[in-house]
Design a protein around this ligand. Structure first.
Ligand SMILES: C[S@@+](CC[C@H](N)C(=O)[O-])C[C@H]1O[C@@H](n2cnc3c(N)ncnc32)[C@H](O)[C@@H]1O
Length: 164
């Protein structure tokens, strides 16, 4: 005796469903979690100074400093991030090579040309003064230094919103 909902089951498991399953099984080959660190490593020399703009708990700054024999500065405005960053830096035994301070990226207490690389991962989308932030980052890096920015962008709303 077939179940009373056989029609629905047959529809749910119809060709469209199998087509979706097949498409979901194809990897888009996303980059792995290490690729940004690998990229930063290509631009760093031992002894360089890195600024982590929006460092949160300094997880990435610690990794950059350990992997590349550099020193680092982390900046973040949120108090709990600073507490966690200081604790993590101490736990890693890197207090002599990493400084973190509570502050904002568009007002940095560093001289012009202080840094060899800026690491700014997943931060700019939260920054309220983007022009000010980019201007300040450009000021504190050395000439020809790299600004490594990774950020998310909203889907193109301008296309959708443009009247024809
Ligand atoms: C999504 S988290 C990313 C943290 C870290 N960069 C990472 O990749 O794990 C964004 C961080 O940006 C910080 N942030 C937001 N506005 C900022 C500003 N104006 N200046 C500096 N950091 C800011 C937040 O406090 C938060 O720690």
């Amino acid at each position: 005796m077939p179940p009373p909902n056989l029609d629905r089951l047959t529809r749910v498991y119809g060709p469209e469903t199998w087509d979706v399953y097949q498409r979901l099984d194809v990897s888009l080959d996303p980059k792995g979690p290490d690729w940004l660190h690998d990229l930063a490593g290509r631009y760093l020399q031992p002894g360089d100074v890195v600024l982590d703009a929006g460092c949160r708990d300094a997880e990435h700054l610690i990794r950059l400093v350990e992997a590349n024999q550099v020193t680092g500065v982390g900046v973040d405005p949120v108090g709990i991030h600073m507490e966690r960053a200081r604790a993590a830096v101490d736990a890693a035994g890197l207090a002599g090579r990493i400084t973190v301070h509570q502050g904002i990226v568009h007002d940095l207490p560093y001289e012009d040309g202080s840094f060899d690389l800026v690491w700014c991962r997943d931060v700019l989308e939260q920054v309220d003064d983007l022009d000010g932030a980019l201007g300040e980052l450009a000021r504190v890096v050395k000439p020809n230094a790299r600004l490594l920015v990774y950020t998310t962008l909203p889907p193109s709303s301008s296309t959708a919103a443009t009247p024809r």
